[in-house]
Design a protein around this ligand. Sequence first.
Ligand code: SGN
Ligand code: CA
Length: 524
Amino acid sequence: MHQCKLWKSIFICLITIACGTVAHARPNIIWIFSDDHAYQTIGAYNGRFASLDPSPHIDRLAQQGMRFDRSYVSNSICGPARATILTGKHSHMNGFMDNFSRFDGTQQTFPKLLQQAGYLTALIGKWHLESKPIGFDHWDILPDQGHYYNPDFINADGKYRLTGYVSEIITEKSIEWLNQRDTSKPFMLMMQHKAPHREWSPAPKYLTLYDDVTMPEPDTLFDDYNNRASPARNQDMSIAKSMTYGKDLKIQERDEKDAFSRRVLKRMQPDQIQAWNAAYQPKNDAFLAANLEGEELVRWKYQRYLKDYLRCTKSVDDSIGAVMAWLEEAGLAENTIVFYSSDQGFYMGEHGWFDKRFMYEESFRTPLIARWPGQIPAGSVNTDLVQNIDMASTFLELAGAPVPEDLQGISILPLLKGETPADWRDSLYYHYYEYPGHHSVRRHEGVFNKRYKLIRYYGKDVVDGEEWELFDLERDPSELMSVYSNPEYASKLAEMKTLLVDLRGKYGVTEENTQPIRGKRKKP
Ligand code: SGN
Ligand code: CA
């Protein structure tokens, strides 16, 4: 298999070199990645916000390309998702298991392999892997989480600050790099946005967008967490209890810990503060006068959260529009494959939550859309199980480069062409490690096969050290009723437990390699 792929790529190389078209035969790759972008909020995914037209440019990518409806992550949290994409391996194999980790940049990554294959590689925006990027001809990154307003960047020369809004700056930097790149080589650009990560600070021009709209609520905004294991109840990521007034909800009068001022306001310039206050103050005054309580208060928080979040994703969407316009103008729209994805999904009030981490659908799934005219059928939808471990193999195959045997994913190139191999995978493995940590989501692992999902919570603060859930997604798509103890599901449960053992074996999961290494890095 490996040898065959190697010969195929040598053959492609020889042909392209013989024709003198190295730069044009292989596609350019643009990986547009955002932070915490929930598929439910993307127009093309036809969720409850579609009528607001929240993402026209992302939707166009889907109209001209392929939308993946079963795209999942292997560990729903930022740094680990990014390390998985770079290495094509689950967290326990690449060593980056939670946001306390530090990426070992000496290991094999797909950008390094693309460089070896003659690609120019660039990384612009959020990185969040602590160590310096390796394998990029050009890199210009946000330190750690980055800031929305007047962000700092780090490049090979050091740290510096720019004035402006982060999504716009990342777009400008990407286009600037595209304009001055060495055009004799094909390129791979990772344009990685900070938005729409918490604390959801919108761009000045979108501060009042959606002011007149009422955001539709999810059915599970007031979930009671019955019929599930204890972690769903014991998390710290609810809109009702965990959202802060100052930083998250932008009510400066109730900013108990002065978090908003320290984190956001102190970086802003006078004109930015003025625009901010002009937009929020009247709405905040009305909120303070209303003295809301109970469910009404949760509903108000939900509205504020959703509006700010969608204002942030609007800037991400603009960025895609700008890059696509550049490609068109540069005559590269045909020979460039453009992907749009996010490091994981996010809760938009489902189960009463924000944040991610759980293996439940909203955070286990992540958007994935790809456009490559003439190669990917326009307007197509794929429902096969794909996972972020697959991207490295996909990029390498696209570049005609050898795909190392130790990658744990599978190239989705056949899927992109509309041809699902008969032996395509029918199940996925998941493992989340960051506990104790932000939002108090207990460690868990699980398996999923399109219909059934088995989750095993384990370790500290889990009842008796181990708790389980089994969901039948066909009957219970919102995952409100675990059937783990339901005798009707006894044989299904046995099958799923066997699947868990099998996938642990397949991916080399052991007790030893699933212990996160703590203490090497400051708190994220
Ligand atoms: C920060 C956020 C958390 C978030 C983590 C991880 N708190 O700590 O809400 O879960 O990042 O996010 S904040 O008050 O600092 O915004 S991740 O996307 O980087 O994994
Ligand atoms: Ca994230």
